[in-house]
Ligand binder design. Structure first.
Ligand SMILES: *[C@@H]1O[C@H](CO)[C@@H](O)[C@H](O)[C@H]1NC(C)=O
Ligand SMILES: *[C@@H]1O[C@H](CO)[C@@H](O)[C@H](O)[C@H]1NC(C)=O
Ligand SMILES: *[C@@H]1O[C@H](CO)[C@@H](O)[C@H](O)[C@H]1NC(C)=O
Ligand SMILES: *[C@@H]1O[C@H](CO)[C@@H](O)[C@H](O)[C@H]1NC(C)=O
Length: 165
């Protein structure tokens, strides 16, 4: 009887470990820069955030927490060229403590849009999963609009022709 209870307790314990472990729910929140946070990297270490990113593995559903003091932003850029250029306009998140979820595989780009902070190394590119972005959704809406406009136009001509025959 005692050993039976023991076995089921071990079973419960194992279940708890599985539920707690990284397998059941892999979503992790990473604090960008760890204890340094999100700032101009010290010692002119331009590649600080690249090094930080390389030391972690990011999967779909994980989140990045940007913590800073002073005047910075976490600005989301849309591609590598903007990232290389330190483009200042993107989705600007201006409040420290902001969490950004990584919703899909591919590379996500972040910079600080303040002054020359990005040029000083305050920039982060994060490879998510296999790094392969899913194809963009078909831009069906404008095509459809154009198509239906054309269809309306053509059918009104047809009606015109028909009524004038
Ligand atoms: C910057 O340099 C100082 C002094 O050499 C050192 O203590 C510190 O760890 C360095 N910081 C980083 C992020 O490398
Ligand atoms: C990344 O890991 C390497 C090797 O452990 C270490 O030297 C480096 O400081 C780490 N970079 C960051 C930004 O934590
Ligand atoms: C990046 O900079 C180059 C050179 O200045 C420019 O030709 C290009 O249009 C810029 N691209 C973006 C996305 O800002
Ligand atoms: C995302 O990348 C991971 C590898 O880290 C892969 O297992 C998974 O199938 C990819 N997901 C999609 C939707 O492509």
């Amino acid at each position: 009887m005692g050993s039976r209870l023991m076995i089921s307790m071990i079973g419960l314990l194992a279940l708890a470990v599985i539920l707690d472990g990284p397998v059941a729910d892999g979503a992790t929140t990473f604090t960008v820069g760890d204890s340094l946070g999100w700032t101009i990297p010290p010692n002119n270490s331009m590649d600080y955030y690249q090094s930080w990113a390389a030391n972690h593995t990011f999967e779909i559903g994980d989140s990045l927490l940007f913590n800073w003091t002073g005047t910075h932003t976490a600005t989301i850029l849309s591609n590598e060229e903007e990232y290389e250029n330190c483009t200042k306009n993107g989705i600007i998140l201006a409040t420290s403590g902001v969490t950004v979820r990584l919703p899909q595989n591919g590379t996500s780009y972040f910079v600080c849009s303040v002054g020359s902070h990005c040029e000083q190394g305050m920039k982060l590119a994060v490879k998510v999963g296999n790094g392969i972005a899913p194809p963009p959704p078909p831009s069906a809406a404008p095509t459809l609009q154009v198509a239906s406009f054309a269809a309306t136009f053509l059918s009104s001509i047809a009606i015109l022709l028909f009524t004038h025959l």
